[in-house]
Design a protein around this ligand. Structure first.
Ligand SMILES: Nc1ncnc2c1ncn2[C@@H]1O[C@H](COP(=O)(O)OP(=O)(O)OP(=O)(O)O)[C@@H](O)[C@H]1O
Ligand SMILES: [Mg+2]
Length: 268
């Protein structure tokens, strides 16, 4: 591989501690410069997933990423979390945790043990870890299901248990891959409201992948629109509106239409 194509990966970027105030060391929690990622399929055919992605995410910012299926959104999150490495470009990020698109709960553990897994790995005693998870269970409508195993939970409940597990990781950057995709409309709206409140009280940097343009403009500080594969940045929309936001507000409806326009324009 040519030297100039060697990726440069650094982590963590700046201090690991979350702060609303950018420090002089680094203003951004995440920074990507000209990142490329290409897969090789089983037949040895190159599948370029991401091409020339340059992106900065400020500390405490909620960036929503939308784009057509297969354009590299999950790949982008896995790169930020260090689960994959770019083939070229520069990637720097504060420690980041991924909430995967599928819940990936362990079938032999009950809901509380699944939710507190990251704490247990960090050597928090089981009783204490379960207690911390239990307080979030109540807030997320999971009360009464603490001892249920994943097979006894609905898809939406499993998704919420996985969400608690992600929050309890304590990492300053949350990468959420379609976190509310499996939820019915009412639960989805409740979870969106809850996320807004939770981030207001404990700010974190969030990269939220969603297929739902309305969800993106309701929740995000900025919406990044990716083109069809290989994913490139097709456009960006700043959402400088106060929270909580209503889905019928004229400004939200207008931004949703703009994001849809960028998506369809990129796909054309
Ligand atoms: N491990 C892999 N090996 C080979 N190809 C892969 C691998 N992971 C992803 N790809 C390919 O890279 C492209 C981007 O995949 P990715 O999962 O990032 O898309 P996505 O935007 O998250 O899609 P979706 O919205 O359907 O979840 C796809 O064409 C996919 O087939
Ligand atoms: Mg995906």
């Amino acid at each position: 591989m040519a030297t100039e194509l060697q990726p440069r990966i650094k982590r963590p970027l700046g201090g690991a501690q979350q702060s609303r105030e950018p420090t002089a060391v680094a203003d951004h929690a995440i920074e990507l410069g000209a990142v490329e990622r290409t897969f090789m399929d089983r037949r040895g055919v190159r599948v370029p997933a991401l091409a020339g992605i340059s992106l900065k995410v400020a500390r405490g910012e909620l960036l929503a990423v939308v784009g057509p299926s297969g354009c590299g959104k999950t790949t982008l999150l896995e790169l930020i979390c260090g689960l994959q490495a770019p083939d070229a470009g520069v990637l720097e990020s504060e420690p980041a945790v991924l909430m995967p698109q599928r819940d990936l709960l362990l079938p032999w553990l009950d809901a509380l043990d699944n939710a507190s897994l990251a704490l247990r790995i960090g050597h928090v005693p089981r009783a204490q870890a379960r207690e911390r998870a239990a307080s979030l269970f109540a807030e997320l409508g999971l009360k009464g299901f603490e001892r249920a195993h994943p097979s006894e939970l609905s898809g939406g409940m499993r998704q919420r248990v996985a969400f608690v597990r992600t929050l309890l990781s304590g990492k300053p950057v949350l990468c959420l891959d379609e976190p509310f995709g499996a939820l019915d409309a009412i639960t989805r709206a409740e979870m969106q409201d809850w996320l807004v409140r939770a981030l207001a009280s404990t700010p974190r940097t969030v990269v939220l992948v969603t297929h739902d343009v309305e969800e993106a403009v309701l929740l995000a500080d900025r919406v990044l629109v990716l083109s069809p594969r290989p994913g490139r940045v097709a456009g960006e929309i700043d959402v400088a509106l106060p929270r909580p936001r209503g889905r019928t507000e004229a400004a939200i409806v207008a931004l949703r239409e703009r994001a849809l326009g960028l998506l369809t324009g990129a796909a054309a």
